[in-house]
Design a protein around this ligand. Structure first.
Ligand code: GLN
Length: 530
């Protein structure tokens, strides 16, 4: 099979081909490495590709496939779904012997002494890690422009952002460099880049996946999740990493259902799930500033769900407006504590400047970028004596109200659908000088994170030639239903015209004269935003 055909397969199609002996894992991985090396200069989705490690993983997968083939069909069928499948890891997943910078200069030169829980699980499942993907520094951002190592471009339009903070993971899947990838979502960092890159992104319930070995941003919000080019692929990767791990006391003992068993390949079967399903539509999510094309695509998606038998129910989530303010107290407060460990003594970047305090100031002053410094300032302020009650404690109370809104809605409906992002991918540089405009990118995803609920983004069409995402929100631990609704939406839109489009700027990636992504210089007085 040609490299081009191999890289365009979905993970579940790759799995079928590997079991049928149509191609080997080594051939599959070589095709992906080749494409990623050839086209990443203009995309910058990857921090690094580890060819040797990936090839060794592919050979191990081929050996497992050969052994299972000798043992017969039952052994082949029992193999893990992601055996031999190419995966990308966000650059905040610690792996033994490999760098992880979390997009920050302060972790330059840091090499992981152990594997994150999810990296162990991915390896046990025989999936093949190609390398680490670019991200906003410490996952703070919505565009991947806050990476200390330069931005990632959107494969649909190279002068636009891929979203963030997991922009590298989303772009790598959209550009066919990997079938699936790992991201983390603290306030939207899986769902928003999935929407902007036209792929599927799944953030599970807080506590569903272990954070052991994940470089922390905001501990009560951070969740590991997955990207794929369809719901089944994102579900397969979530299945692989989900479940209790004793090394993360916030990881839950709630049993992990068999997500894949409920996601049929057959479209009619998948669509049948919608009959009688009660789906809430929150009016507060059609926010001021939402692009008309985005709103139109989301409303068309809702109509399609209704035509397929779902009951659409108007629901109110009255505290939605406070999601942003709540998040921007809680997340920076926790970040300021988590980031105190980067002292120039224990990890990575270190500047000596006299005594211990001077070393600390010089290391942190040169190691952290401007957005991270802004968050540390906001966080330490919110936690300081005299302000703690007024900001942090108040924010935690509002957090409870936001959660209560969802609880009330879920008494009436089985799931909620909403836009993922109020806009399509914006131009590189457009929001960089205006932090609040950047923060507004996440208005539709933040409340879900604040409430700890599962959220999925699936592609639902194009606006001005750029992807739009539909967000599916579920009750806590109800990822199964969220994924089935997403799969059903795929089934009822399988023949939609927009599904025939793929990222439009892929040919430019092949052209060696296409420049690497960069943020255009903006005059200091210029304000970004739409
Ligand atoms: N954009 C949000 C922030 O900057 C969310 C990021 C995330 O989910 N990691 O904090």
């Amino acid at each position: 099979m040609s490299d081009r055909r191999l890289t365009r397969l979905h993970a579940h199609e790759m799995a079928r081909g590997l079991r049928a002996g149509e191609f080997g894992a080594r051939e599959l991985i070589e095709a992906h490495l080749h494409l990623a090396h050839a086209t990443d200069r203009a995309l910058h989705a990857w921090m690094f590709l580890d060819d040797d490690d990936a090839r060794a993983g592919a050979d191990r997968a081929d050996a497992r496939l050969a052994a299972a083939r000798r043992d017969g069909p039952a052994a082949l069928a029992a193999l893990p779904p992601l055996l031999g499948i190419p995966v990308g890891l966000k650059d905040l997943v610690v792996t033994r012997g490999q760098p992880s910078t979390a997009g920050s200069r302060i972790l330059e030169g840091f090499v992981g002494p152990f594997d994150a829980h999810i990296a162990e699980r991915i390896r046990e499942a025989g999936a093949v890690v190609l390398g680490k993907t670019n991200m906003d520094e410490f996952a703070m951002g919505s565009s991947t422009e806050h990476s200390a190592w330069g931005p990632t471009a959107n494969p649909w339009a190279l002068d636009r952002v891929p979203g963030g903070s997991s922009g590298g993971s989303a772009a790598a899947v959209a550009a066919y460099h990997a079938a699936v990838s790992i991201g983390t979502d603290t306030g939207g960092s899986i769902r928003q880049p999935a929407a902007l890159c036209g792929v599927t992104g799944m953030k599970p319930t807080y506590g569903r996946v272990s954070r052991f070995g994940i470089i922390a941003f905001a501990s009560s919000l951070d969740q590991v999740g997955s990207f794929g080019r369809d719901v089944r692929d994102a579900a397969a990767l979530l299945q692989t990493v989900a479940g209790r791990d004793d090394r993360d006391s916030t990881s839950s003992p709630v049993p992990v259902p068999d997500f894949l068993a409920d996601l049929p390949d057959d479209d009619d079967l998948a669509a049948g799930y919608l009959r009688g399903l009660r789906i809430g539509l929150p009016r507060e999510y059609f926010v001021a500033g939402m692009e008309t094309g985005v709103e139109a695509r989301v409303r068309e998606a809702v109509s399609a769900l209704e035509s397929a038998g779902a009951e659409i129910v108007d629901v109110a989530l009255p505290h939605t407006d406070y999601g942003l303010a709540t998040y921007y107290i809680v997340a920076p407060a926790e970040a300021s504590a988590n980031l105190a460990r980067y002292d120039g003594i224990r990890f990575g970047h270190s500047v000596r400047d006299g005594d211990v305090l001077a070393d600390y100031l010089a290391t942190r002053g040169t190691g952290f970028g401007p957005e991270v410094k802004r968050r540390i300032m906001l966080g330490t302020y919110a936690l300081s004596a005299g302000y703690y009650d007024a900001y942090y404690v108040k924010a935690q109370k509002v957090r409870t109200l936001i959660k209560a809104d969802f609880d009330a809605a879920f008494e009436r409906v089985d799931a909620i659908v909403a836009p993922t992002s109020p806009t399509v991918a914006f131009p590189l540089g457009a929001r960089l000088r205006d932090p609040v405009a950047m923060y507004l990118s996440d208005t539709c995803t933040l409340p879900v994170s604040v409430a700890g609920l599962p959220g999925l983004s699936v592609p639902c069409g194009l606006s001005d030639g750029l992807p739009v995402g539909l967000q599916v929100i579920g009750r806590a631990w109800d990822e199964g239903r969220v994924l089935r609704l997403g799969r059903a939406f795929e089934a009822i839109t399988a023949d939609a015209e927009w599904r025939r489009f793929e990222p439009t700027d892929l040919p430019a990636l092949d052209d060696p004269s296409t420049p690497p992504p960069r943020v255009p210089s903006i005059p200091a007085s210029g304000r970004g935003g739409d």
